[in-house]
Design a protein around this ligand. Structure first.
Ligand SMILES: NC(=O)c1ccc[n+]([C@@H]2O[C@H](COP(=O)([O-])OP(=O)(O)OC[C@H]3O[C@@H](n4cnc5c(N)ncnc54)[C@H](OP(=O)(O)O)[C@@H]3O)[C@@H](O)[C@H]2O)c1
Length: 307
């Protein structure tokens, strides 16, 4: 009888501890179980970050520089990229950090040039990690009020530019037999986000593309001759990795101390940009396929109406 009592007490304590851990956690359990960055997966690696001129991208640059990565920073605003570069410290920073101004909406020819430049920056080594962090996000607006211009602007940056860059860079990675795409998606790419329908749609599109990419077929033609027998394998079998990161609300600073998403400040509990980046780098270094970053006690996902 006494044994049964102690077993029950033990189970209740374990359950309470788990519930407490869940209540205060800021990421999914698989992610949180990987406590530390695998530094050897980051140090000396070439990491290309888009959207590095502010917000989460700027913090990514800081943390990755201090972990000893060789960085390539992209965004449209070259002055801001220089400002970020000057602040970096690490094995290769700031001196060897490369600035590659880039507009994701500039079309395939320009993006191809950017990929070739990025591949040539560090002699003998190409891009190991491509962090797709840049995004276009408008203040909240109802789905029916979204203009065609805004719809196109969102998809041109978040989807078409990002996919185009991926398609152009992947062949270089395949030739080397390794390459890792880290995609800053969003919780809005997994659950409905009223007021952000277009942004949400763009992130759903990214999730679909990148989860498919991993298992796309790759055909190698023996002797480079298309008539010869092809060896088919999946991109993941050829060393291509994908980590999709789905953050909920993140507290970022735009340099003036205000949140970049200042128009939608609410009571929701936000994870700091530093913590979001720390977890992102842990996820990437452990090769996790998809991770969630958000306080469980934050704003609940939008309820689906009964109609
Ligand atoms: N903040 C959040 O609460 C939150 C939550 C979930 C997911 N996310 C995701 O996390 C990522 C970073 O968010 P953030 O809040 O740090 O964003 P942010 O502060 O708005 O920064 C966006 C970045 O994208 C760049 N960018 C915008 N348009 C571009 C274009 N046409 N070509 C190239 N670069 C362009 C911007 O630089 P330029 O203007 O210089 O080009 C800037 O560096 C985004 O993918 C976002 O969707 C953020």
């Amino acid at each position: 009888m006494l044994t049964l009592f102690f077993i029950s007490l033990f189970l209740i304590l374990v359950l309470s501890a788990l519930l407490f851990k869940f209540a205060i956690s800021d990421g999914d359990f698989t992610l949180l179980s990987r406590r530390h960055v695998k530094r050897e997966e980051i140090e000396d690696k070439v990491v290309w970050i888009t959207g590095a001129s502010r917000g989460i991208g700027e913090i990514l640059a800081k943390q990755l520089a201090s972990l000893g990565a060789k960085l390539i920073l992209s965004a449209r605003n070259e002055t801001e990229l220089e400002r970020v570069r000057k602040q970096l410290t690490g094995k290769y920073a700031p001196e060897q950090v490369k600035i590659l101004p880039l507009d994701l909406t500039s079309g395939e020819v320009t993006l191809k040039e950017a990929v070739e430049k990025a591949e040539s920056f560090f002699p003998g080594v190409g891009v190991d990690y491509m962090i797709h962090n840049a995004a276009y996000e408008r203040p909240k607006i109802t789905a029916l009020d979204v203009t065609e211009e805004s719809l196109k602007a969102t998809f041109n940056v978040n989807v078409f530019g990002t996919i185009c860059l991926t398609r152009l860079l992947t062949p270089f990675m395949l030739r080397r037999g390794r390459g890792h795409f880290v995609v800053m998606s969003s919780a809005a790419g997994k659950t409905p986000a009223p007021g952000q329908a277009v942004y949400s749609a763009s992130k759903y599109a990214l999730n679909g593309y990148f989860h498919s990419l991993r298992s796309e077929e790759w055909k190698e033609w023996e002797g480079g001759n298309l008539k010869e027998i092809a060896i088919e394998s999946l991109l993941c079998q050829k060393g291509i990795k994908v980590t999709v990161v789905c953050p909920g609300p993140i507290e970022t600073s735009n340099g003036s101390g205000a949140t970049t998403s200042g128009t939608k400040v609410s009571s929701e509990k936000r994870v700091s940009a530093e913590r979001c980046v720390e977890l992102t780098v842990i996820a990437a270094s452990h090769g996790l396929k998809e991770v969630w970053i958000s306080y469980q006690g934050g704003e609940p996902p939008a309820r689906q109406p009964n109609c």
